[in-house]
Write a protein that binds this ligand. Structure first.
Ligand code: ATP
Ligand code: MG
Length: 480
């Protein structure tokens, strides 16, 4: 069953009837209209995905209708029906976006073919869009923005690592500083760029599955292993394995990775054969590995192996000179993504963005920009749609907040530098405070509940319960 909706618009009853019959027989859901007014109504109520549209209607011009329909729904497929005498209208219809035209008199079977093709083309168009987006993601690394001296050092290191095929690279930095972007940049600028780049998040995969993911298994290796399975070290042959959040890798697994690094060989689970590996390993973490080594939660020998070629990414607060170019870059990207026409920020908005300390780094900046751009009705981004913490930074430059009346409504009192929250004179709803802080934590960590919960010093279950209670969306990375 196709379940695709087609609207047939023609003032000849017989044309409407024969086309409707044929298309319904072919599995389409069909409605028809015999004049412009009816067509407009059905376009709204029936929401067709395709319209077969007569150029000449008693009360309307088909080309005008086409323009209206396309303006409402860019994706709609419109096939014009024209008598041969109307060749000029057909040409102008094609110019303004009709997908094809059908000359009268026509062969009904032939039309079925054209309709099928129309849907097929739309599907292909969607697929092409999808691949374009994927491709853009892949080449996102070229959009690593920054002109601070710290970022220039990073660019140099990326170039060195990409050019020399260093077998192990360690990328360090707080959450949201761009570690993944750097890892991709190294891979896609290296001689390995035609081979796979496969990432694995060591924190997101349960300990007992990590080994299987990395090294794969042989058939019968454990009860459910009915087939053999390649791990990512095999799947990425010749390419790069990105071990993200390596600080979260359990100690026994660390020992195994160390062995792979040393011997450049591994075995599948349940396997008896050594498999040679030629991958480059890029590891990343936001944790303090030397401290973990001291604490005994990260192997010292693995740390020394990883730490030969390391790229530290400074937190955004230590390279604030990157903020204006990042802001411009995000405006451009988000305009494209959401079809917006924002031209820039107000002076006050930029002031806020430059003064704020960005504990969630570039990701938090991107999220703040995204939120503000969705809400901003005009073409100049004002500070109004930033969250309270960011907005306050702008005000701080105008006047320091004194002991006067505190913020009203949903506003949350900012935490003062000494870490205390002051109760505003008019009181405050503790639930609103809680809700706001949870929202901020989720935004800061891109919806990662584990991190948000850690930051709020609560268990993930408690966080989940509150997200549900407050009806909050925890969109973002899946951190199951
Ligand atoms: N220098 C930069 N230029 C442009 N975009 C950046 C830059 N740094 C980070 N970003 C953007 O910020 C977001 C977070 O980047 P990324 O995922 O690489 O960070 P990360 O350090 O891996 O974070 P985490 O530790 O949370 O995994 C992404 O949307 C990325 O595109
Ligand atoms: Mg990352």
């Amino acid at each position: 069953m196709r379940e695709q909706r087609v609207l047939v618009v023609d003032d000849e009853k017989l044309v409407c009837w024969s086309l409707s019959q044929m298309l319904a027989g072919a599995g389409y859901i069909v409605q028809s209209a015999m004049n412009g007014a009816e067509a407009r109504q059905k376009f709204q109520d029936f929401v067709p995905e395709m319209v077969l549209l007569d150029v000449r209607l008693p009360d309307a011009n088909g080309v005008e209708l086409l323009r209206e329909f396309k303006a409402h729904d860019d994706d709609i497929i419109v096939l014009m029906i024209t008598a041969y005498a109307d060749a000029d209208s057909a040409v102008s219809a094609l110019k303004i976006g009709a997908d094809d035209y059908i000359g009268k008199p026509f062969d009904v079977e032939n039309i079925r073919h054209i309709v099928d093709q129309g849907f097929e083309k739309k599907k292909l168009r969607k697929e092409v869009d999808f691949f374009r987006r994927e491709l853009r993601k892949k080449y996102d690394y070229d959009n690593l923005i920054g002109n601070s001296s710290k970022m220039i050092e990073v660019f140099k290191m990326i170039k060195v690592c990409a050019g020399t095929d260093a077998k192990i690279v360690l990328v360090l930095g707080e959450s949201g500083t761009g570690k993944e972007l750097v890892a991709r940049a190294i891979h896609y600028h290296s001689a390995r760029s035609q081979e796979p780049f496969i990432e694995i998040n060591c924190a997101a995969i349960p300990d007992n599955l990590l080994e299987n993911e990395l090294f794969g298994h042989e058939k019968g290796a454990y009860t459910d292993a009915s087939k053999s399975h390649k791990g990512i070290f095999e799947a990425a042959a010749g390419g790069t394995v990105f071990l993200d959040e390596i600080g979260d890798m359990p100690l026994p697994m660390q020992a195994k990775i160390l062995k792979v690094i040393d011997a450049r060989k591994f075995r599948r689970l349940g396997g008896s054969r050594d498999i040679d590996t030629d991958v480059r390993i890029i590891a990343a973490t936001n944790q303090d590995l030397p401290y973990m080594v001291k604490e005994g939660t990260f192997r010292g020998d693995l740390f020394f192996r990883l730490n030969v070629m390391s790229i530290p990414l400074a937190p955004l607060r230590e390279r604030k000179e990157d903020i204006p170019s990042l802001v411009n870059y995000f405006i451009e990207r988000l305009n494209e993504e959401y079809g917006r026409g924002v031209q820039g920020t107000s002076a006050e908005a930029l002031e806020c963005l430059q003064r704020y300390d960005w504990p969630g780094n570039v990701r938090e900046l991107r999220n703040a920009m995204e939120r503000a751009m969705m809400l901003e009705p005009g073409t100049v981004l004002s500070h109004e749609f930033f969250n309270h913490e960011i907005r306050q930074c702008g005000q701080a430059s105008v006047k320091k907040p004194g002991p006067g009346p505190g913020p009203v409504g949903r506003e949350v009192p900012a935490v003062a530098e000494n870490g205390y929250i002051t109760l505003p004179p008019q009181g405050i709803s503790i639930e609103e405070v809680e809700k706001e802080l949870i929202q901020q934590a989720l935004a800061r960590f891109n919806g990662n509940q584990t991190r948000a919960a850690q930051c709020l010093r609560m268990s993930r279950d408690t966080l989940r319960y509150r997200i549900k209670k407050f009806g909050l969306q925890s969109a973002g990375r899946d951190d199951e």
